[in-house]
Structure formats: C-alpha cells, structure tokens
Write a protein that binds this ligand. Sequence first.
Ligand SMILES: [Zn+2]
Ligand SMILES: [Zn+2]
Length: 325
Amino acid sequence: MGKDFENIARIADGGADAVKGKVVWSPVRSLFLLAMYAGTVTGAMLYLRIDTVLLFTVKTVAVLLLGHSVGMHRRLIHKSFSCPLWLEHGLVYMGTLVGLGGPFAMIRTHDFRDWAQRQPLCHDYFAHRQPPLTDAVWQMHCELCLSHPPRLDIEPEVANDRFYRLIDRHWIAVHAPWAVAFFLMGGWGWVLWGVCAQVAVTVTGHWLIGHMAHTDHAQDWQVRGAGVQGRNVDFAGLITMGESWHNNHHAFPGSARIGLYEGQSDPGYWFLKALEPLGLVWDIRLPQHLPHRPALHWTGEQRPVPRPERRPCAVMTRLGALLRV
Ligand SMILES: [Zn+2]
Ligand SMILES: [Zn+2]
C-alpha cells in the first residue's frame, strides 16, 4: 500500500527547492476575485433580503461540503474513499465553484504546499508566515514561482479525463449557467448573492482558515522533520465541513475522517457515512487503515481517544435496501 494513500506520490522532487522563488501577481485570479467582491458589495447594498441570504447560505454550504471538502479534497486529491465516476465528476464540479481553480489547479496548489511544508525549510508563501494582510494578498492574488520546482505527475485517469480538462480550462465560465439560472429565477439579487458573494466568501474563508491552521504552533501531532505543522482551528469545524481539524490532516492525510476526536465536528465525514448505505460510497479510509508513519509523534498533553467509527444512518440503510431490491 504505502504511497497509495499519499497524495505526495504525485511529486517527484529530485533537486527541487521549496525556498527559492518569487511571488508574482496572478492577474486572472486577482481580477476575478475583485469583481466578485464588487458584486458582493453591490448585492449587500441593493438586495439584502431573506431570499437572497437564504440562497447564498444554501449554495455556500453545498459548495463547501459537496465540492471543496468531499469532492476536491477527500476524493480527488487524497482518494480517501471510493465512489462511482459520475458522482466524483459531480462533486469535483461543485468544488470548482469554490472559485479557486479547476481540478488540476487545485491538485497542483495542494500538493506543492503539502510537499513544501514537509521539507525542513520552505518559502514564507507555503508556510503562511507573513502577517495576515500580506498573506491574504499573496494567497488570493498572487502565485509563487519557484526557481527549482518539483515535477507534478497527475495520475493519467484524472489528467486525461475530458470533463476535468473542460472544467479546469473554464474554471470561471463554470459559474455562467448558475448566473443565468439565478437571473431568470430571482433577478440580479440572486446573481450577486448566489454567485458573487458565494465566491467571495468561499475564497476568502479558504485563505483565512489556511492562514490560521498554519500560524500557531501545533499542540498535538507533530510530523518530525517537517518545517511547517498543521493546527486545529477549533471554532471552525462545522463551518469548514470538518476541514479545520488541520493538525489531524497533517498527521493522517489519507483519512476520509478529519475530525477524529471528541468534540470535533466533521460534516464531510457524516455526508460520506450517509451515502455509504446507499452503495454510493465505499472504502472509507480511516487513520487505522493507513501505513505507519515513523515521523509522526504525539506531543500534546493527554492523547485523546479516537471517536468510534460512525454507525450507518438507519434511514439511509433502509433506503439503500429498498433501492437495491
Ligand atoms: Zn497544511
Ligand atoms: Zn490535504
């Protein structure tokens, strides 16, 4: 098994350097985000209503849960569970709606950062080491061009997937069908809240949690030899769909469950457990299924007891049995 569970297996770092590089402005990403901010401010001033706020909330939760956390991160990047390809396509498409980029761009950003954070030294960009304002500008409006980057080999079944190639190339245009549908249903108010405000909040929230999840020292699991440790952002478990338990994620990147201990909410994992009895999701990987990592050490006070595996939901189990008849 070994590297099967490691997204980092895509990286070939012969001679690569995680420190030397230049942060440069990324015009398309930057202007797109600024346009989304402008739309959000306009929407807040002209269309602050119950229906628009409700639309924003439902779409944002769906994009973060189905798209970013389950589709992009736990499935496409880490392969931490299995599902049919049509479902993976749907979830990854939802993940593109976050506004950070298409599937290849997301794999690249994630894997480069993961690789860099595991080196003894890495550029401030990877470590979120700069003060919040500089880090925000760097992460949301710029990119880091390494002088000697590692090579990234995306697995052929993903790299050659025509649907992924399409949504990666058109990662901004993927919002157009939603904008048109929202305009027809609720006018400009729905477009500004359902598209612009959602993108502005998901992109900014992604940066903010990423910044907080790397800027304090890790109290729990330490990956020895890694220059950057992850930190659990306690208050954000629910709103990040479980992604904010980032210390756990650095320790067990291949686990489909990220909120591992008492009091750690993990809606992404709950969603997987709800789909499991329907036969839509299987092979949900947990820390105990992953290969031993000698570099991993517990440095917190008392080691928490892992929560037992969640039992399948009774209603979904019955529904699954009915569907299989
Ligand atoms: Zn991290
Ligand atoms: Zn990850």
